[in-house]
Design a protein around this ligand. Structure first.
Ligand code: COA
Length: 296
């Protein structure tokens, strides 16, 4: 196992990964973020170099100090050889199975392998499956229309509480901190009303995907999300990211929106494999309270 820390190797890897889209989206997005230098807190592990059979990205161990932080302790995996992925994921040097974490992958084998390893270790995992959406040609998205009643902006750290109340995985202090970090370090877009309150927003993740799509219910179907989606695709494309994201299998409005805007649903599902021993205690994976009504 090798940690790729040399910038020339990481640049070379980025070029190689582009040729493997879309299976490799999550890993390539993370490598682009590292090469972009934003923030340099993630690392890339491979089984061998330059002919790798598996790639794993993770937060640097020295940054991820909180063993119970499901949000920061995020891995992304891509494999060409299932056996190699099994060996790397099982290695204590690669994955800290004692931590709370999430592993993201776009290949069925990632979940199969994690399930086997967890069973052998007597660990219980949760898995969430999403549709993966990829835009093959972000430069072709239409011109941006802006409602004159709204101001276009980026998210600000003062909006972290609102995002935390409305995010399906939010509602706790660790998620609030994670969201504040995303807002500070990664591209985001939002629309503000006349009182400068956000009404619709999207941010992006350290692995380059677009996410946290949200419009306050009183502003649904005014075209706001479509407009912001268009804008963020263009921004991420300019920064060199592939345009992609995930949508829950039951979320037809968002699926329709993505398809209307030229995103293509991929044959691969998007797996979020959670090891969260506190799942029963932490307020997550439960319906969120309406915005503004969460307990302080
Ligand atoms: C999904 C959501 C983001 C849409 O935001 P929005 O600002 O209302 O979206 P827009 O007005 O820009 O809609 C654009 C397109 O999306 C689709 N769409 C939006 N709401 C829809 C609905 N309720 N039913 C069907 N299609 C819908 C349509 O294709 C629509 O275009 P059309 O009206 O011309 O057909 C919003 O409903 C929301 O925040 N929901 C809760 C959070 C959520 O599910 N986020 C997505 C997580 S992946």
């Amino acid at each position: 196992m090798l940690i790729l820390s040399c910038s020339s190797k990481l640049r070379l890897l980025e070029g190689t990964l582009w040729r493997g889209l879309p299976d490799i989206l999550l890993v390539s997005g993370t490598v682009i973020t590292i090469n972009w230098g934003k923030p340099a807190a993630q690392e890339v592990l491979v089984d061998s170099w330059p002919k790798f059979k598996v790639i794993l990205t993770q937060m640097c161990r020295k940054v991820s100090l909180d063993d119970s932080d499901l949000y920061t302790n995020t891995y992304t995996v891509y494999y060409r050889d299932l056996g190699a992925s099994r060996a790397l994921l099982a290695s204590a040097c690669a994955v800290n199975w004692g931590q709370t974490f999430r592993i993201l992958g776009l290949q069925d084998g990632v979940y199969e392998v994690c399930k086997d390893i967890a069973k052998a270790k007597g660990i219980k995992l949760e898995v969430l499956r999403y549709f993966t959406y990829f835009h093959p040609d972000p430069s072709s998205t239409p011109e941006i229309w802006l409602d004159p009643a709204m101001k276009l902006s980026s998210l600000d750290v003062s909006h972290a509480d609102l995002l935390n109340e409305t995010w399906v995985f939010g509602g706790n202090e660790k998620s609030r901190k994670y969201l504040a970090n995303l807002i500070c370090h990664f591209p985001s877009v939002c629309l503000l009303d006349a009182a400068w309150h956000p009404v619709s927003w999207i941010t992006s993740y350290p692995f380059g995907a677009m996410g946290l799509f949200y419009t306050l219910p009183q502003h649904w179907q005014c075209g706001y999300m479509g407009m912001l989606n268009n804008l963020l695709i263009k921004r991420l494309h300019t920064l060199g990211y592939p345009s992609y994201g995930c949508v829950a299998v039951e979320n037809y409005p968002m699926q329709r929106l993505q398809e209307k805007q030229g995103f293509q649903r991929q044959p691969n599902l998007w797996y979020v494999i959670l090891h969260n021993p506190a799942l029963g205690k932490v307020p997550m994976l439960t319906p969120r309270p309406a915005p503004g009504t969460a307990p302080a």
